[in-house]
Write a protein that binds this ligand. Structure first.
Ligand code: NAD
Ligand code: UDP
Ligand code: UDP
Length: 331
């Protein structure tokens, strides 16, 4: 293979990456890009709890130090402020690549992390998205479906960025024999979710707590499937440790219209909460629901937390962050 400026680092590489989940083994060295974010910080908690050494690489674009602060002082935890658009030199066994701004830099960051994985022989996991299916013509969506994405729409940068990231991941797998894993994540919610990034669950919960009307876009009959974050993290870890490349849908097949979601939020937080209709954005997918047969069969995984159980767990965290009783980043 070709000589790169980084090759002198290769000597330090070990290969604990192939030990199956559940076996006693030496702790792994794991990078989590985007580890100060919503999903990443929960993943970091599980990896640290399992005995691994974790390096979080994050530029705090949407993530927060508060999400990982409880690990400060632990010698198995390290936090690096770094933009993955810039090359990165590290020696690790596994790379969970979650860092992802909804912009073209998504692709460059993924390329760098694949280059890193190739140089050090680490296993690489990409967190892709159900958005690769676009506004799907197949329902529910199986991994074999190629999707229906508008390349020039307002949401395209994210969708196409992730599609390109999947392509690069498979090319590094086939061309450079990098061990890769691809997860297609469906809508996920839980504690530490961004308060103000406009996602429907965080909007409704924050609105109900603040006694503001719940903003339903369009007629509210569009559907989504909402997965609790602990289920997702379990799926990501099983995927990383298992033998299958994927892609795998990781999502909760329970399907809700936005009006049904609003009702669950009313029941959980405030039965008096009003609903206010707003015009919907262009290209909003009408339906989305994962077919998770493949993950069930090959990873032995399925979600355990339904919306009625998961939502209250998120609400207490949002309450603390909105009304500020000085506790951050609940669990
Ligand atoms: P998040 O915004 O909370 O986390 C992303 C993290 O990446 C943040 O901490 C952010 O600061 C960091 N980051 C962004 N750009 C970076 C860069 N250039 N360099 C270094 N760090 C950078 O989002 P999340 O919900 O935790 O999502 C994690 C991953 O899962 C993302 O790849 C996302 O596309 C994917 N995903 C999430 C969902 C969901 O519903 N939450 C659904 C599908 C896919
Ligand atoms: N890269 C990195 N860390 C490494 C190795 C590579 O960030 O340890 C980056 C490198 O800067 C390049 C990208 O990953 O931009 C792809 O690397 P690769 O070696 O696959 O491509 P090449 O350098 O041969 O074009
Ligand atoms: N949505 C809504 N009210 C909001 C925010 C979003 O009705 O305050 C709708 C949005 O139009 C979409 C669905 O909720 O149909 C899910 O939106 P989100 O941005 O959470 O996820 P995505 O569209 O990426 O699946």
């Amino acid at each position: 293979s070709k000589t790169t400026p980084y090759q002198h680092h290769t000597a330090a590489v070990h290969s604990f990456g192939k030990v199956p989940l559940g076996l006693k083994r030496k702790g792994l060295r794991i990078v989590v890009t985007g580890g100060a974010g919503f999903v990443g910080s929960h993943l970091v908690d599980r990896l640290i709890e399992r005995g691994d050494s974790v390096i979080v690489v994050d530029n705090f674009f949407t993530g927060r130090k508060e999400n990982v602060m409880h690990h400060f002082g632990n010698p198995r935890f390290e936090l690096i402020r770094h933009d993955v658009v810039e090359p990165l030199l590290l020696e690790v066994d596994q790379i969970y690549h979650l860092a992802c701004p909804a912009s073209p830099t998504n692709v460059v960051g993924t390329l760098n992390m694949l280059g890193l994985a190739k140089r050090i022989g680490a296993r690489f996991l990409l967190t892709s998205t159900s958005e690769v299916y676009g506004d799907p013509l197949q329902h529910p969506q199986k991994e074999t479906y190629w999707g229906n994405v508008n390349p020039i729409g307002v949401r395209s940068c994210y969708d196409e960025g992730k599609r390109t990231a999947e392509t690069l991941t498979m090319d590094y797998h086939r061309g450079a024999e990098v061990e890769v894993r691809i997860a297609r994540i469906f809508n996920t919610y839980g504690p530490r979710m961004c308060l103000d990034d406009g996602r429907v669950v965080s909007n409704f919960v924050a609105q109900a707590l603040r006694k503001e009307p719940l903003t339903v876009y369009g007629d509210g009959k569009q559907t989504r499937s909402f997965q609790y974050v602990s289920d997702l993290v379990e799926g990501l870890m099983r995927l990383m440790e298992g033998e299958h490349v994927g892609p795998f849908n990781l999502g909760n097949p329970g399907e809700f219209t936005m009006l049904e979601l609003a009702k669950v939020v009313q029941e959980t937080i405030d039965p008096e909460a009003k609903i206010e209709y707003r015009p919907n954005t262009e290209d909003d997918p009408h339906k989305r629901k994962p077919d998770i047969t493949k993950a069930k069969e090959q990873l032995g995984w399925e979600p355990k937390v339904d919306l009625h159980t998961g939502l209250p767990l998120m609400v207490s965290d949002f309450r603390q962050r909105i009304f500020g009783d000085h506790k951050e980043g609940g669990t």
